[in-house]
Design a protein around this ligand. Sequence first.
Ligand code: NAD
Ligand code: TYD
Length: 359
Amino acid sequence: MILITGGAGFIGSNFVLDWLAQSDEPVINLDKLTYAGNINNLASVKEDQRHIFVHGDIGDTAHVAALLDQYKPRAVVHFAAESHVDRSIHGPAAFIETNVNGTFGLLEAVRAHWSALAVTDKEAFRFLHVSTDEVYGTLGAHDAPFTETTPYAPNSPYSASKAASDHLVRAYHHTYGLPTLTTNCSNNYGPYHFPEKLIPLIITNARAGKPLPIYGDGQQVRDWLYVSDHCAAIRRVLESGQPGEVYNIGGWNEKANLDVVHVLCDILDNLDPKSSGSYRDQITYVTDRPGHDRRYAIDAGKIAQELSWKPAETFETGIRKTVQWYLDNQPWVNNVQSGDYLKWVEQNYSQRSGSKENT
Ligand code: NAD
Ligand code: TYD
């Protein structure tokens, strides 16, 4: 079996569902259930014996050690993190606690467990650390995309905390020989995405008749990857990646934020038209994010060449599926919105001044 952390979050829950759809290997899912962890994401596998949910903190080394001892997983896939840049600006402490100290605690438990394994189990064991392209910093419009050797230059408390965790993972391989794998992926989108991030926020706000907030001029560029493609890439790296190596994962889909929002509005105009006008009428420019990275772009050539992975979805197919998923899953959205999310919206947007598009 494998042990994953953060499997009730956006990417982790997609990973669990995809894993169980493609394999009979059980998954132990360790998650603290922070505001971003949603057990409803896993409702379809509630009765599935192959999914063992454990409520706990990755930084609780004794708890992790007991789980490793009890279940003896062949691999750990580490998704758990505080993941939202805006939250890291408002309150960086939680990011240091989970992403840095938590990853450290997890690594210590894994190191102790791995050190005591028999030689063949030791060689076969893997610790896969799921990270982000944001550790590489920001690109100019004409710069080459990030490769695995691009120097780290994190600009937000979130990306700095992820960079620190990447360095710890690297050091545990280099110093102790722990068979680690690190993946640095671009922006994901798809089902079960918490509506504080751009794409689900725009879809849910649009349908609720609320403003669609564009930070600054909306010309910041992100490279978008459909979440199932990220999960498939992680499975490939787990299966065939070389211990100690880093793999960049991206969608070859660079888009400016405003273009993404226009596409979302146009799909909604088509699938769920308003009684009058377009969803684009709700677009509102708001004060920019402090330290906002201008452009991320990933060169995913290494994983394509060495592990034969490439994304199955284009942006056009993935984004349409995503909008349709939100239209089909309004109860999930209602459930999320009745919680802590509402307080977050108030905290993040009440301090930003706004103006309408074209005014
Ligand atoms: P998310 O915020 O949706 O989910 C994080 C999950 O981790 C939640 O279920 C939460 O309850 C859990 N968690 C948080 N702190 C924990 C702790 N101390 N112990 C145990 N569980 C804890 O995040 P996501 O978007 O699914 O991202 C997953 C991973 O992928 C993160 O490491 C993130 O840095 C990375 N990543 C995300 C993206 C993206 O676009 N979302 C892109 C690249 C990399
Ligand atoms: P986000 O989904 O938070 O991901 P990240 O910051 O990790 O890239 O944001 C994606 C882009 O969208 C980023 O450039 C910030 C921008 N953005 C907005 O313009 N408005 C919003 O309300 C949000 C949440 C993000």
